[in-house]
Design a protein around this ligand. Sequence first.
Ligand SMILES: [Zn+2]
Length: 491
Amino acid sequence: MIEYDFVNMPIVDIVNRIIIYASQHRASDIHFDPREDCMMIRMRMDGRLKDHSKVPKMYEKNLATRVKLISKMNITETRIPQDGAIKGIVDGKELDMRVSVLPTNEGEKIVVRLLDYTQSLDGLNTLGFAPNNYKKIERLLDIPNGIILVTGATGSGKSTTTYAMLSALNTEDRNIITVEDPVEMNIEGINQVYVNSEIGLTFANALRSILRQDPDVILIGEIRDSETAQIAVRAAITGHLVLSTIHTNSALNTIERLLDMDVERYLLATALNGIISQKLARTLCPDCKKKRPTTSYEKQIFSKILGQDVKEVYEPVGCEKCNRGFRGRIALHEVLFLTDKIRELINDENLEKEELRKAVYDGDTTTLLQDALQKVVDGYTTFKEIYKAVDIDFDLEKSIRKEVQKEEKEKAKQEKLEVIDLYDSKDSKVQITAKEMKKIKTKAKEDAETKYKKHPVKDNDLIDIFEEMNEEDKDKKEDKESKKKKEKEKK
Ligand SMILES: [Zn+2]
């Protein structure tokens, strides 16, 4: 943690330093958390919150006021939530920040989100799309009308992808207009409209006006309600390319969600061209990552999902250049290019979800899980990271667990070892071989011995363990000796 000199340094400088630190360390958010005894400053880096500094209670109010002031908020108001923004050049870098203040029982909690869209401007090919997915997106952007949706949870990097597509489309022969809430990144040559529902400028209202502005490409910040969804579809079938985001977790769910929003089936079937779903995983630090052999479970997954025999994967280590073995994040993608078959199904009143799923995934669509696993094979991220990010189908998981257990039992049989179930429960995932059990017992015995040496007090429990173990050893010895005797007798 960093200590700021609140006694000698003006609060203005301290706030600047905090922001510079966040920007230099590529933090996405700064949290100012009022607590009973202090204000804790935390920063989110690569998706994780980390303590940054403690502010003595007596300086908390000054600091909060300063942040509210530069965010153009009402500094005298402390009882209601407020939103603001900070724009400026910090440390030679143009920074754009969204600020939110929320009154809590301990005081005002402030969160500053640092928007960094430099990645969007670096181009689509820097966003980690697998070659086949990248080709699909290029094809999608070539179609002059229809809808391309980017889906994912908050903080899944969907804005970055959307802006990168918009930048790719930003040529002199196209009139591009966006409707956003808020405008997240200013792009030269694009007309951006900031939705303001307080004065009646809603997504739907703005969109109606935009359609009269002769646009080629329209970006709708997010489809949140059925009215916006319906206008988006209408715009797409009247010859416009529409880009938008929606808060769902897969291509399949997106189609269902849009149908739930009362978008007419035949219109959606015609208008929708593609869906890009994405999630983020932390990237392994290339300077310190190290290889390890894959576990049986991982091997099964790689073989089942990718059809590859993967013997080694990377794991995080940690060095001075990274954050516990990780540095930055990589997007995991699923790109659906709508085929005629899928369009036909969407248009079908009696659509079965399972049928749609088959059509979506049986084609040449790389699933999110496949894309994620390939990124593990290629050494970008870890198995654990993608396991956290991507839902693995429950039935698949179960069948793989079963197979792993079978495999281990087989292995144990070959080694003439007995496999003991630690728990009786059917779903028990913990199994242990006799060899491992012996190791655990030996360790327990050693621990007991050292403890006994240190405290040679008569401890009944301890002695019990001791005796039990010694007896066990005696049994074994006797076993062996009787065996030997038998063998001798045979001879
Ligand atoms: Zn490292």
